[in-house]
Design a binder for this molecule. Structure first.
Ligand SMILES: [Zn+2]
Length: 385
């Protein structure tokens, strides 16, 4: 869909304005025009949700606005089949259950079977009928108990336990690599004399180098797209693909772009919201990827950040998106177009993935893993402990 933006009018704009007014981001004035005030409110909304604050309503912002209509307690929540209920109320419920130590998977705003099971477990423990749906009685019980049991980050413990129990080996793991853009969407494009560098091509090259290195270490690797797909796969479908493959790790590769050629550096993103909810393992993977790349390439450190993008929210495994340098920066670009530099980036990511599966107490210093030795170790069977 074409984004709805400044200057547009019509019933869709009226709807957008109504949701923004309900969130106290926009004064309640009549009209169906996407005016300056509406744009400001859209930006504020996007910022609060960890979305790119471009002031337009594309598919992702539309879904977030749609979800934002629902406040927890305004409707009964239950596990609907085949179209599950989604919304901010579902996310609030999941966050509350997570705080209390119930296993809902992640706070993905989708009322699926795990959320329903967690609600049923809660209901059983407080003496309600365990039907797995969240109506007025269950809401009341949650309100009374919800805030008493905060702390301890139970989800963090659960996620890191699962990783620890699976052991340090890479052999047999599934890693999904997601080269961004592709097809009709080239991403960032920079003309360079008679040449034309595109983000979609560069990140696909990075992805296939990474595929080779990981496969040599015994990892099952799947790319979300080929070098020249016909269409651009939406992020929702990329996440769904990683889920259906049961991936252990998801890595999305991008390069950044900015109107100011002085903007440069590498940044890594993991799932998280403004209310402090974060995927602990995603955050750890992002930190490892970021530190290894900075240490091995000398790109400027633009740090790690929590974002609620579909790609990070809907993936059920540790997932990160790396923006490996700015294609619009002459300095970053001259490095990115050098295949030896891309190999160093790839080595950094392989080292980060390996460290992800080391128990925290056996972790090694950044920059210290010799990636070429991994292959020899696999051949010798030494990594299978
Ligand atoms: Zn991109």
């Amino acid at each position: 869909m074409r984004p709805i933006r400044s200057g547009d009018r019509g019933p869709a704009v009226t709807e957008i304005r109504a949701v923004l007014t309900g969130l106290d981001l926009l004064a309640a004035t009549p009209g169906d025009e996407f005016d300056v005030a509406t744009e400001r409110a859209v930006r504020a909304f996007q910022q609060s949700r960890g979305l790119s604050a471009d002031g337009r309503v594309g598919a992702e912002t539309w879904r977030a606005l749609d979800a934002a209509r629902w406040r927890l307690g305004a409707r009964t929540l239950y596990h609907a089949v085949p179209e599950p209920l989604t919304g901010d109320d579902v996310r609030s419920l999941q966050e509350r259950l997570l705080e209390m130590g119930y296993d809902v998977g992640g706070a993905d705003a989708v009322y699926g079977v795990r959320t329903s099971r967690a609600v049923a477990q809660f209901q059983r423990e407080v003496g309600l009928k365990p039907d797995g749906s969240c109506g007025p009685y269950t809401m009341g019980a949650l309100r009374r108990l919800g805030r008493k049991v905060v702390g301890g980050r139970p989800q963090w413990l659960r996620e890191s336990d699962a990783i620890r129990q699976s052991g340090p080996t890479l052999v047999g793991r599934t890693v999904v690599i997601d080269p961004g853009h592709g097809g009709t969407d080239p991403g960032v494009v920079v003309p360079d004399g008679s040449l034309r560098w595109t983000e979609a091509d560069l990140v696909h090259d990075l992805a296939s180098r990474l595929e080779g290195r990981l496969a040599a270490a015994g990892v099952r690797v799947q790319l979300t797209r080929g070098p020249a797909p016909r269409d651009c796969l939406p992020d929702v479908d990329r996440a769904e693909l990683a889920n259906s493959l049961g991936a252990d790790v998801f890595i999305s590769l991008h390069t950044d772009g900015h109107a100011d050629p002085a903007a440069d550096g590498v940044a890594t993103y993991h799932y998280g919201t403004d209310n402090g909810v974060t995927s602990a393992t995603g955050e750890r993977l992002a930190g490892l990827v970021q530190r290894e790349i900075v240490a091995r390439t000398g790109l400027r450190d633009c740090r790690t950040h929590a974002k609620a993008w579909d790609l990070l929210r809907l993936t059920r495994m540790p997932a990160v998106r790396v923006e490996v340098g700015y294609l619009t920066s002459p300095q970053d670009r001259s490095r990115l177009v050098d295949p030896r530099f891309r190999d160093r980036v790839v080595e950094a990511i392989v080292a980060a993935v390996q460290r992800m599966f080391f128990p925290v107490e056996r972790d090694v210093p950044t920059g210290s893993i010799d990636v070429s030795a991994l292959r020899a170790a696999v051949t010798a069977g030494a990594v299978r402990d």
